[in-house]
Design a protein around this ligand. Structure first.
Ligand code: F6P
Length: 369
């Protein structure tokens, strides 16, 4: 009997369960493979006693349209930075990676499939270097992983953000207001840019292009005549003004290393008010609504393709690689290449040109950025 271990790490994302189901269904065609899932990323392996779930076709039945992950996830700690409480009540991190690799070998695991974003795939590469037979599957609603045309979960998030823009347009128009919709996107503005184009927003602010407040104000003013008019601004949570800071809080959660972003909508409204912009303004923060719930069909299909391909890579012992969608093919790329640089929106991107062609202001002068 051969064994495969599935791990879901980082923030959850619509489509995780569809990937798990696809791996299990494909594995069941091979007769001699058992599929296991580690609970809460690699924590299930590291805990004593371990928490490992046997994933049979019966267990994964019908989960392809369920949001979240049936084996849970975490974006805290991990094998390289395991939180340990000191005698004085403070916390420090210890490296348990070598111990974990031994434990996985002892469990008779032939392949590990790590489904996760940038941080998780860095862990995959580091574990591969320690001798673990790892395969990565790219997951992120932010779509900030390079080496693949897209990641599952992203289109569902765009759909949710677009639906919000559609709804806010009607209330903005009724009240002659500006609405700022704050969407996820820590360092990459793909969700905002896609939702702004799909929803017909007037302004789109993304982390890659720090905005000029005067340009934003002028664009919004052009939408009002004698106090009548409306506009929608889509802003990534990581957007910031030129020479300004992202809006965030430092988290006190043990093992959580990210900044907690949020509040750019409110901050922008204050900046506009201070600059003398008169119309009423409101902000809406979509937050984790973009990550929960059912994946749209596109993401279920992508997840199914990723899952089947990942298992077939395991059959071929194609380790140290990540599944990648390179239209129209599903290929494997070295993990070390996939984590070199993130997938950011660039000035020459086709969608930036489209947005500009539609008259959407990106808060900068595209001819003189
Ligand atoms: O990485 C994806 C993401 O959705 C970011 O856009 C966001 O900043 C982050 O996750 C928030 O995650 P959490 O609150 O779960 O730590």
């Amino acid at each position: 009997m051969k064994r495969i271990l599935i791990v879901t790490g980082g923030g959850d994302c619509p489509g995780l369960n569809a990937v798990i189901r696809a791996i299990v269904k494909r594995a069941s065609q091979e007769k001699d493979w058992e599929v296991l899932g580690s609970i809460q990323a690699f924590n299930g392996v590291l805990w004593e006693p371990t928490e490992i779930k046997v994933l049979t076709p019966e267990v994964v039945k019908g989960i392809h349209f369920q949001g979240g992950t049936i084996i849970e996830t975490t974006n805290k700690g991990g094998p390289f930075a395991w939180p340990v409480k000191n005698a004085d009540g403070t916390w420090s991190a210890v490296d348990r990676s070598v111990e974990m690799v031994r434990k996985i070998q002892y469990m008779g695991i032939d392949a590990v499939i790590n489904i996760g974003g940038d941080g998780s795939q860095r862990i995959s590469q580091a574990l591969f270097e320690l001798g673990l037979p790892v395969i990565g599957v790219p997951k992120t609603i932010d779509n900030d992983l390079s080496s693949t045309d897209s990641t599952f979960g992203f289109q569902t998030a765009v759909e949710i953000a677009t639906e919000a823009v559609d709804k806010l347009v009607t209330t903005a128009a009724s009240h002659n207001r500006v609405f700022v919709v704050e969407v996820m996107g820590r360092y990459a503005g793909w969700i905002a840019l896609n939702a702004a184009v799909a929803g017909g927003a007037e302004v789109c602010l993304i982390p890659e292009f720090p905005y000029d407040l005067n340009i934003v104000k002028e664009k919004l003013e052009s939408r009002f005549t004698r106090g009548r008019g409306f506009a929608v601004v889509v802003a990534s949570e990581g957007a910031r003004p030129k020479n300004g800071q992202m809006v965030y809080e430092q988290s006190d959660e043990v093992g959580y290393e990210n900044l907690r972003l949020g509040g750019i909508g409110r901050a922008l409204i204050k900046q506009l008010k201070d600059a003398g912009f008169a119309p009423d303004m409101r902000e809406t923060v979509l937050g984790h609504l973009q990550r929960g719930g059912i994946p749209i069909a596109y993401d279920r299909v992508l997840s199914a393709q990723f899952g089947v391909k990942a298992f077939e890579m395991a059959l071929k012992k194609d380790f140290g690689k990540m599944v990648s969608y390179r239209h129209p093919y599903f290929v494997s790329v070295p993990l070390k290449d996939a984590i070199v640089k993130p997938n950011f929106v660039t000035l020459d991107n086709a969608l930036v040109k489209t947005a500009s062609g539609l008259g959407i202001s990106l808060g900068i002068d595209l001819n003189n950025p």
